[in-house]
Design a protein around this ligand. Structure first.
Ligand SMILES: *Cc1c(COP(=O)(O)O)cnc(C)c1O
Length: 221
């Protein structure tokens, strides 16, 4: 079990290194976030034992159930929220997570700024962009990105960069390239893009944070 986790981690790291080399980028420019949603603490422990420290979850409540005790057992864990966040969960999210990838609307800027003020803790946020202009997808419309960035900066929310989940079933590269351009146009460093199926492409196109679940944990139920 733990050998398997170490092997899967090694394998992903090797692919990251290869993509970085081709793209003439340094390996340290890319942070691997292991997406552990739906997996139990027992599934996660082998990856922690293999040295992985950056993890991502998509639900506040689920993360509250497993991460406080894992954080006590393992030093240096960094926890990212990659799922939609309701404003009424802002306090809990600010308390538990070290980075939030789903800031996507003005009301959430207000709620997160208030939560950070209350907690005395500034949590870096990515602004999630609805990069494929999909009807039911989370994320800020491309046309509204600049205004949302301005609002977040005015509210003293530290901005890590932009994040996207491209449309399913079509080539992701053009959407990664578009997110890269939007980040550049807005003077932001971070690009959270790329999942198990396309993280090498994302690295070629400037990803600084890749969010990988299946390739590290196997398929989810
Ligand atoms: C689940 C999830 C991932 C990981 O997807 P895999 O295909 O399993 O690597 C990445 N980003 C977000 C926002 C997710 O919800």
């Amino acid at each position: 079990m733990s050998t398997n986790a170490a092997q899967l981690l090694n394998n992903v790291q090797a692919h990251i290194a290869k993509a970085c080399k081709i793209a003439r980028r340094e390996g340290e420019e890319v942070t691997l976030i292991a997406i552990s949603k739906t997996h139990t603490a027992e599934d996660i422990t082998p990856l922690l034992d293999a040295g992985q420290r950056v993890f991502g979850e998509n639900r506040v409540q689920e993360a509250q159930g497993k991460w406080p005790s894992l954080k006590e057992q393992y030093a240096g864990v960094e926890l990212h929220l990659v799922g939609q966040l309701q404003s009424n969960k802002a306090d809990e999210a600010v308390a538990l997570f070290d980075c939030i990838h789903s800031l996507d609307r003005p009301s959430l800027v207000t709620a997160l700024a208030r939560a950070m003020d209350k907690a005395g803790r500034r949590v870096p946020c990515f602004i999630q962009v609805n990069i494929g202009a999909e009807e039911q997808k989370g994320g800020c419309a491309i046309a509204d990105v600049s205004a949302l960035i301005e609002q977040a900066r005015a509210a003293n929310i530290p901005l890590a960069g932009l994040m996207c989940v491209p449309p399913l079933g079509i080539e992701a590269a053009p959407f990664f390239a578009l997110l890269d351009k939007l980040a550049r146009d807005n003077g932001l460093e971070g690009r959270s893009m790329g999942m198990s199926g396309d993280y090498e492409t994302a690295i070629m196109l400037g990803a600084t944070h890749i969010r990988v679940g299946t390739a590290l944990f196997g398929a989810r139920d």
